[in-house]
Design a protein around this ligand. Structure first.
Ligand code: SF4
Length: 341
């Protein structure tokens, strides 16, 4: 039987390790005098993306950027046309944005940040992060300095959780070429570590506001329901709600255990909270459960909508949509979820 490789896999020590990394990183960052931890995270994201994608950003033709950004916008507005748009986007993304990593020696100036934002916008994967980069006011020179420390240290704290990433990508050959998730799928190890650390920092930033909220909702990805195709969850305003058809299903267990709270299944992060109302923005705190590369976008998506998030990571990827040949049951660290209440 083939051994299943995952791009990342957590163990029971993960939360302890990421907390130490968070402590050491925030301690180190104090010397740059960011106005708060959120600005520190923004600086790190900008620095890491500049390091990984700066060279491609500088080369990106403005017409291609515009075409891809318009298509991504169109896809969000008209999801029913997704099949046709995804096909076109997949071809353009593969041809113009998927480049091997090339060291970037250019200074991160204001103009270059604009080009980096164009690249991120063209991918369609960073829409909830971009407003934070557009309004970033701190000295841009500090972003690469902070990133240097992060790159030198992330392997020590988090490397064991992504040690199969290269082998995973190798085993999957040219998978996802010409597909709309090609950039997401080929994410660099540093992006995994950035999201892990980012989620830890966001948990700290939003904890106080989250604790004050009178309603708590657990947001689960659809890979956590056991028999995805036969799932009888019913559609409600904020997501699908379990109707308890299968006691072996992870959603069943979580919905029963946290029955005094709201539990929703959300099939894609882009559809989450679309129908949130003013009362949700005043009352609701959420615990988002997702796989690693969606953590920062998901956290900022919720906070941009004034819904303070906490997050718990899936122990490994579980869906065939992006990652596997067959869907697996998504699992989480149950103790970590308990700590959120
Ligand atoms: S138990 Fe709930 S989430 Fe699981 S398959 Fe049934 S309805 Fe869907």
């Amino acid at each position: 039987m083939d051994k299943t490789f995952f791009p990342y896999k957590l163990d029971s020590d993960y939360y302890r390790n990421v907390k130490s990394f968070g402590d050491d990183f925030l301690e180190y960052s104090r010397k740059y005098h960011f106005k708060d931890d959120e600005e520190t995270l923004e600086a790190l994201c900008i620095g890491v993306y500049w390091y990984l994608y700066g060279t491609t950003s500088l080369d990106l033709n403005s017409n291609i950027h515009q075409a891809l950004a318009n298509l991504a916008e169109y896809r969000r507005a008209f999801p029913e046309d997704k099949i046709f748009i995804d096909e076109l986007r997949g071809k353009l993304l593969t041809k113009f944005l998927l480049k091997p990593f090339k060291k970037n020696n250019e200074k991160l100036s204001k103009d270059n940040l604009e080009l980096l934002i164009n690249f991120l916008e063209a991918t369609g994967d960073y829409m909830d992060q971009i407003p934070h980069f557009r309004s970033f006011e701190h000295d841009l020179d500090d972003c690469p300095s902070l990133t240097k420390w992060f790159c030198e240290n992330s392997e020590k704290y988090l490397g064991e959780y992504t040690c199969n990433l290269d082998e995973y990508l190798e085993n999957n050959g040219n998978s996802h070429l010409m597909e709309e998730d090609v950039i997401f799928y080929h994410g660099h190890e540093l992006e995994y570590h950035l999201n892990m650390l980012g989620a830890e920092i966001m948990n700290r930033i939003f904890k106080e506001e989250y604790d004050k909220r009178t309603r708590k909702a657990i947001i689960l990805p659809s890979c956590m329901n056991a028999n995805n195709k036969n799932c009888r969850a019913k559609e409600e305003r904020l997501g699908q709600v379990c109707t308890f058809c299968n006691p072996n299903c992870n959603v069943y267990k979580i919905s029963r255990e946290y029955s005094e709270h709201e539990v929703y299944i959300v099939s894609h992060e882009s559809t989450a909270f679309k129908k949130a109302k003013k009362e949700d923005q005043e009352e609701l705190g959420i615990i988002g459960i997702t796989c690693v590369l969606n953590l920062i976008s998901g956290g900022w998506k919720a906070s941009n909508m004034k819904i303070p998030p906490q997050c718990v990571l899936l122990e490994h990827v579980a869906c065939k949509k992006h990652w596997l040949k067959e869907d697996l049951y998504g699992k989480i660290n149950e103790n970590e979820l308990k700590l959120k209440f």
